[in-house]
Structure formats: C-alpha cells, structure tokens
Design a protein around this ligand. Structure first.
Ligand SMILES: [Mn+2]
Length: 422
C-alpha cells in the first residue's frame, strides 16, 4: 500500500509587524492591519484543523521582532494549543527576524505537540502514524542576525543523517530551513543543488515572502511566502501551502490564501474617461476586478492613473486627485487607496506637431500614408507573422486601423521621452 502524508507548510508569520507607514494616512487602516496578521495566523491554524492534516511546519520569522511582545508570543502559543487539542504536531525553526539567540523562551512554555529545531546544529524529529515512523524531519533554525559569511545552514542535513540520528527509516523525509536560498544572498544562502542532493522528498523553506515552488507540477524545494502582506511591496494573495506527499506520485502543493487584507498596485487607464466622475468609476471598477482575483475581503491599493486624456491638466491638480481619493475611500469601506498617483499625459496635439515640422511631421505623414493603405498594412503584418512562424490572430486584421493609430501614438510617446509608468 502506498503511504500518503499531508501537512501545512507556512513561514514568515511576522506576528507583531507594526505597519508604521500607514498610520499617518489612516489610523483606522493601520489598526486594521495590526489585526490582520494575528487573524491570518488564526486562519492558518483553522486551515490545518479543517483539513485534518498530519502536521504543521513553520519555517521561521514567526515574530517580526527579535524580542516580540508577550501579547504576540501568547497569541502564537494559543494557536499551537488549538493544534495540540486537535492532535496536530507543529515543527518550527527560527528566522532572521526572530533568531534563536533572542527566542523568548521564558515568556511561556510551548505545548507538548511542538518541536523547535535547534539553531547551533541540525536537528531531527520523527512523525509517527500508528506507532510507525512516517516522516523524518530535518532542519536548523537561524542562529543570530549576523550569520557568518560562508556558514552553510543546510550543511549535513540529509535523509541519511536524519535516519542515523533518529535510528529509523521512514517513507518520507522533509527538510526545514529559513534561508535566502539562491534568491537572497544576504540571508543564509544555500545552493538549491545541495538541497536537491540531500535525499529529502520536500524542503519547506522560509524567508522569501512570495510563494515559490521549484516545480509546480512536482514541488521539492518551496517557499510558502508570508501569511499576510506587510506593505505595498507585498502585493497579491499571501498564505501557506497544503502539501501532499504520496509514494510513487508527484508531490502536490496547494496554495491556501490566508491574508485578510491584500495589497495591490493597480494601473488604471483613464484614456476613455470624459469626466473626473468617469475616472472615479474606472478606479472603482479596477478595485472590484482586482479584489475578485486576490481572494480577499479587504484591500489596500495604490492606484496609478495612466493614459492620454484631455483631463490631464485637471488631474495634475493635487486637490482634484486628493478629492477623488477621498471619494474612493468613503465609497466602499473594505477598500483603501493609500495613494492615488497621476501619470496621465495630454493627448498628442498632432496639428501642432505637424506645424513644428521636423521628425514628428515626417512620422505623421508616414502614418497617414500607411493608414490610407489598409490592404497593404494587412499584407505587411501577415508577412511578418509568417516569417516568425506565428499564426496571425483574426482580430489583428479586423482592428488594423486602430492598431496603426496606437502604433503611431506609441512612437510619439517615445519621442516625447518615455511611456506611461506602470
Ligand atoms: Mn520574513
């Protein structure tokens, strides 16, 4: 019979993160976000219990600060206790934010279901089912914030070492580390080839705040990402991975969204807007569209207005922009726009460019000539696609006139010194 094990892989909880930047903009939302992290952690605990998974792995950065508050520590322990009550063991290591050297062990004892990997050397545990070893776990915590360069945090952590240390063999072996891998060379970097050669079935890693799987079809080395974005640089859904290992089958890792507030950066094209009220509507539509894809209920969005519009001069007025932002924020309480940025431009004044003569005039004349010969333009594009071995999409032929217009606009943008920032 082939064995199966399922577990939750989480990391980078960052309990206690302060959301400093937001407080000046909106105390309400700063308070809301302070609650969002413990809430996401509660969802993590609930996800493990609802799925009746075998165990939970947390790969470091449980706390945002090296010396967390007692309140945050207690909240962490309460979640562990819920998992203990449900019979779910937890294996965790420390990260660079909450290194082993500053772990506040005197705050509270951890429940008996919890195992912490040591940080000065590799540590190993056995997960048993029905009295038989099912999974060997090997890992090591982050020791101090100043890990010596050349210190290899993964050194010696192999399946063979886990078997030797535990004195048993098991169907599965899982590695746990807080490492920059080959993504962040400043935080205990490890060569992924070294991990791949260690004989582990799966490496549950922490530190990179975005979910990253080496192979989505058969993940063996993975970051689960943080459970709740902390600022505008951590956009999109955040959560954990529900991992299934099965003998004779590819590994599976399902992303489980946990963040209760999602950050987004949105570019809203307002070139079709006739009025400022239309701009407001376009922003709202973009917020709703982004919210649908992010699987969240609440969202902090940074919105950049782009496109060529006769409203450009009006939108350049900071008062108009701040009024629109206020209206957006009053309109729907679960969305918060932390900044509304105007990157629109005035439409090209073709008549003026022609009067100026010089290169833009030559370009516009060429564009006019091309526009007058639609059949020639289609033949040209067909030829280019043929040369590239690509099939020409039908809409290109249908929309050739408007595409020519867009191409001329894009060239004029370039002549103007750059494109819209996105
Ligand atoms: Mn982190």
């Amino acid at each position: 019979m082939s064995e199966t094990v399922t577990f939750i892989h989480a990391a980078d909880l960052h309990l206690g993160a302060p959301f400093r930047g937001l407080r000046a903009l909106s105390p309400t939302w700063a308070d809301r976000l302070v609650e969002a992290i413990p809430e996401a952690y509660d969802r993590l605990v609930a996800a493990a219990i609802d799925r009746a998974c075998d165990f939970v792995v947390i790969a470091g950065d449980i706390f945002d600060a090296a010396r967390p508050s007692y309140r945050d520590f207690s909240h962490f322990v309460r979640g562990l206790q819920k998992l203990a009550d449900a019979g779910i063991p937890v294996y965790f290591c420390t990260g660079n934010h909450d290194p082993y050297t500053s772990w506040q062990a005197s705050y509270a004892e951890l429940p008996a279901n919890v195992r912490m990997f040591p940080a000065d050397a590799p540590g190993y545990f056995v997960y048993e089912r029905g009295g038989l070893p099912l999974v060997l776990l090997g890992g090591r915590g982050y020791y101090s914030q100043s890990v010596a360069p050349g210190d290899d945090i993964a050194d010696g952590i192999t399946r063979a070492a886990a078997e030797a240390a535990c004195g048993v063999r098991a169907p599965f072996a899982v590695g746990v580390l807080h490492t920059g891998l080959d993504v962040d060379p400043t935080k205990a970097p490890v060569d992924p080839r070294q991990l791949a050669a260690a004989g582990m079935d799966y490496w549950a890693l922490g530190h990179i705040h975005e979910a990253r799987l080496d192979d989505p079809a058969d993940p063996r080395i993975a970051f689960s990402g943080c459970i709740q974005g902390r600022d505008i640089n951590e956009t999109g859904a955040r959560g954990c991975l529900a991992v299934t290992l099965e003998e004779g089958r590819a590994n599976r890792a399902e992303f489980v969204p946990l963040a209760s507030v999602v950050w987004q950066k949105l570019a809203v094209d307002v070139s079709a807007c006739a009025t400022v009220a239309d701009v407001h509507d376009a922003i709202m539509r973009a917020l709703f569209a982004a919210n649908g894809t992010a699987q969240c209920e609440e969202m902090v969005a940074r919105v950049t207005l782009v496109g060529a519009t006769p409203l450009h001069d009006l939108l350049a007025d900071p008062k108009v922009i701040s009024d629109v932002r206020d209206e957006v924020n009053e309109g729907y309480p679960v969305f918060f726009c932390d900044a509304l940025i105007d990157r629109t431009r005035a439409p090209h004044d073709r008549a003026a460019l022609r009067r100026e003569g010089l290169f833009p005039q030559v370009l516009l004349d060429q564009a006019d000539a091309a526009a007058a010969d639609e059949a020639g333009a289609v033949a040209y594009v067909q030829d280019e696609f043929l040369k590239a071995g690509l099939q020409l999409p039908a809409h290109v032929i249908r929309d050739i006139a408007s595409l020519q217009q867009q191409a001329a606009d894009a060239l004029l943008d370039e002549l103007d010194g750059g494109r819209d920032e996105r």
